[in-house]
Design a protein around this ligand. Structure first.
Ligand SMILES: Cc1cc2nc3c(=O)[nH]c(=O)nc-3n(C[C@H](O)[C@H](O)[C@H](O)COP(=O)(O)O)c2cc1C
Length: 192
């Protein structure tokens, strides 16, 4: 039998996000975030195109983004409570890793594969944070796709979008387990 890494398997079978709104300061420091980013960058990537990149938001940058989100939400005519929720998502985040999907021109690797890789990076960043003992949550919302906001707040190129904001911080609650899929309903075993 191959050797079992029980700690890793147990982590994968019990991992659970911590809701962004329950995260408080302190955020992990730069050294810890770099380890989390290393975990994210160690993601399968067909053709080694690196079709993703990171923006780490800390301190005043989070307040600046919150203000830009508010300005854009108001310009879009969003209801007051939605404006507040979107702003607070950044204003109250102890830190956030923005995983940017940044597809490259390739004859060999279709864009969908590059997008899938960016999603995998988000999970790896999330798991890297959780495994490091920090609370973390992968979220998106309209802020991940609104082109004017992506340009003004994050300086993204026209072909880029946000695959995920992974908010990081100190956890305050251990959330109850959520409903998980029943494997039999999503799995076909084919052996002949
Ligand atoms: C691409 C993507 C976007 C998400 N966006 C949001 C979001 O904007 N707001 C939210 O509350 N949850 C969002 N979620 C769900 C959260 O990650 C949620 O906390 C997750 O269901 C917890 O799962 P886990 O315990 O298995 O890690 C998103 C999930 C994914 C995969």
């Amino acid at each position: 039998m191959p050797e079992r890494n029980s700690a890793a398997v147990d982590f994968l079978l019990t991992r659970r996000s911590r809701p962004a709104k329950t995260l408080i300061a302190p955020a992990p420091d730069r050294a810890v975030i770099e380890v989390i980013l290393q975990a994210g960058a160690r993601t399968p990537d067909h053709g080694c195109l690196e079709p993703w990149r990171f923006i780490v938001l800390q301190g005043a940058a989070l307040q600046r983004v919150a203000e830009q989100v508010g300005t854009r939400a108001n310009a879009l005519g969003k209801p007051v409570e939605q404006v507040e929720k979107a702003c607070n998502s950044f204003a109250n985040a102890p830190a956030s890793i923005v995983v940017v999907s940044s597809p490259k021109v390739s004859e060999k690797v279709p864009e969908i594969e590059q997008t899938l890789s960016a999603g995998a990076v988000c999970l790896s960043v999330l798991n890297g944070a959780l495994a490091s003992g920090w609370g973390a949550n992968w979220i998106t919302g309209w802020m991940a796709f609104d082109r004017p906001l992506l340009q003004s707040a994050f300086n993204l190129q026209a072909n880029e979008f946000v695959a995920g904001f992974v908010h990081l911080g100190t956890e305050t609650v251990t959330p109850q387990e959520r409903k998980r899929p029943v494997l039999d309903t999503i799995t076909s075993w084919i052996d002949e």
